[in-house]
Design a protein around this ligand. Structure first.
Ligand code: URA
Length: 235
């Protein structure tokens, strides 16, 4: 951890808004190395022991959450008119500067990772990392073995865009699609290109990280260290 001002440190711990934090510090509720500290500009480093109302604070620069994204919510950090995935968060998590790792369409549901770690997000999104994203799609029409082959060879979309090879697993009126990239409306456009428009789309996994099925739509939880490693690995 680099050296931080006390108010910034508390803000990054997500304890309150910046404005509230100054008030909290002024009122003597914060100690640094066992002594009450009322100077919000006090420098804090990794060796400092900070408490708030007697409880030790643990500073984590980066945080990672999995959300079961519900239908009808935008994968964005803000929007003038519509609810975004950040509107689903508790106030202490809203303050962490989280953003979605990639985008799911408004009507797509399922696994969405939220973080404030830009490098991590970049790695997960980049097709070069080869991190596969698996979707369950309900389609109008059944996918065929021909479609499987076309996906495996790298489908060319209606506008001429060439996709990386992808895995298609037909399953009646539904199918599983696994892709390494995240072009705009990619899975919908791929399935439309073989004449199987998508009726419903749900993301099941990112790398080796599966959506926790105990999370109801709109619910989320923090990832543990092992789950975080799993994102970078395949099943
Ligand atoms: N592909 C799509 O078409 N939509 C999504 O939301 C994700 C992948």
């Amino acid at each position: 951890m680099s050296v931080l001002r006390l108010d910034k440190y508390l803000s990054e711990c997500g304890v309150a808004s910046r404005k509230e934090i100054r008030e909290i510090i002024r009122s003597g509720r914060v100690t640094v190395d066992g002594v009450a500290e009322t100077n919000f500009a006090r420098k804090i480093d990794s060796g400092s022991a900070v408490t708030l109302d007697g409880s030790a604070l643990a500073y984590e620069k980066y945080r990672y959450f999995m959300l079961n994204k519900p239908h009808g919510v935008l994968s964005a950090t803000e929007d003038r008119d519509q609810a975004t995935v950040l509107s689903l968060l508790l106030p202490e998590h809203k303050r962490l500067g989280l953003f979605p790792v990639g985008r799911l369409d408004k009507d797509t549901t399922g696994l969405l990772i939220l973080t404030n770690d830009g490098d991590f997000a970049h790695k997960v999104i980049s097709p070069k990392s080869g991190i596969m994203k698996r979707y369950l799609a309900e389609t109008d029409g059944r996918c065929t073995e021909d479609d499987v082959r076309i996906f495996a060879e790298g489908i060319v979309l209606g506008d001429g865009t060439k996709c990386l090879p992808a895995k298609l697993e037909p399953c009646g009126e539904r199918c599983y699609v696994t892709v390494a990239e995240g072009k705009y409306h990619q899975v919908k456009r791929m399935l439309a290109a073989v004449g199987k428009p998508v009726l419903k789309l749900h993301r099941l996994s990112v790398g080796g990280l599966l959506l926790d099925e105990s999370l109801l739509p709109g619910q989320y939880r923090e990832l543990d260290a092992e789950e975080l490693c799993r994102v970078m690995k395949q099943n």
